[in-house]
Design a protein around this ligand. Structure first.
Ligand SMILES: [Zn+2]
Length: 291
């Protein structure tokens, strides 16, 4: 069943485990999430980023919800950037929306998040927002420090907005890190001791198993993941294609030849890599058997 994200996160916080929140991009990745949730009896949060994906991800998720009625998943809009995007997600059956105004000044962030909280809560949809800012990996060394979340401001932000979970910046980054991730566990502990609602970690990929396990131990409940899952899929795909796609390397004749491989099996091979990596994280975060 697709349930409000808040329910999944509150249970995780109470019982000190973490939830994997993989980004999905198509029917194959959505199917993988439902299969893993069913097979491992694990709660999972589907993250959907991008305006163009909202309607299709909503429809396909409901299709798999009918096929796997016993799973415990939430459907969350990831990095919702506009008012329209949040409303479209709610209209399409999402059980949670992230309202990301983390690059705006505090007052503006509060005002725009609050507006969505009022609408979302009226129909039992959870809201995630971010304070501080998790940047992108290619700019990691320049932007890590300035984005870190201020714990006292976080307390005020939760009070001012009425959100259900808070995305924090404690030293992670989106995409591939340029440099080594330095996680501020003391900052996480301080935020956790002051903020009562569940905490979200963006940029889980490339952060390392040891760091992520420690983040969960110290108080993170939701870990967003895409790059690691994508990389696992592409790696499998590359093995599948290797030697079977003969490309005219000098590009002069424009010729290529395909042997022993086809598109259906290529897609399924990639999806298998995505699914295996997701299973790895579900185990690492301690959510097996928690649904
Ligand atoms: Zn993110």
């Amino acid at each position: 069943m697709i349930v409000p994200m808040k329910e999944i996160l509150i249970h995780a916080k109470k019982n000190a485990y973490g939830i994997a929140a993989p980004n999905v991009i198509d029917a194959g990745t959505i199917r993988s999430v439902f299969e893993v949730a069913q097979e491992m009896k694990a709660p999972i949060i589907i993250d959907c980023a991008g305006y163009d994906l909202i309607e299709i991800v909503g429809d396909i998720s409901r299709f798999y919800e009918r096929k796997y009625p016993n799973v415990n998943v939430a459907l969350n809009l990831d990095h919702g950037a506009t008012f329209e995007e949040a409303v479209l997600a709610i209209k399409n059956g999402f059980s949670s929306v992230m309202v990301d105004r983390s690059q705006k000044p505090y007052e503006e962030n509060v005002r725009e998040v609050k507006e969505i909280v009022k609408i979302a809560h009226a129909v039992n949809v959870s809201v995630e927002a971010e304070l501080g800012h998790v940047g992108i990996g290619s700019e990691y060394e320049q932007t890590r420090d300035e984005g870190l979340t201020n714990p006292d401001e976080a307390v005020q932000f939760v009070k001012d907005t009425g959100i259900d979970c808070l995305a924090v910046a404690i030293g992670t980054s989106h995409g591939t890190y340029k440099g080594t991730p330095k996680i501020d566990f003391e900052l996480l502990q301080e935020i956790k001791s002051k903020v009562e609602i569940p905490l979200v970690l963006h940029g889980g990929s490339g952060t390392g198993d040891e760091n992520l396990a420690k983040c969960i131990e110290k108080g993170i409940q939701k870990v967003n993941l895409f790059t690691d899952l994508s990389n696992a899929a592409v790696y499998q795909l590359n093995n599948y294609l290797e030697g079977n796609v003969i490309v005219d390397k000098d590009g002069k004749s424009g010729e290529f030849a395909i042997q022993n491989v086809n598109l259906y099996d290529a897609f399924e091979t990639g999806i298998k890599g995505y699914k295996e990596k997701l299973e790895h994280y579900v185990r690492l975060f301690g959510s097996v058997g928690k649904a």
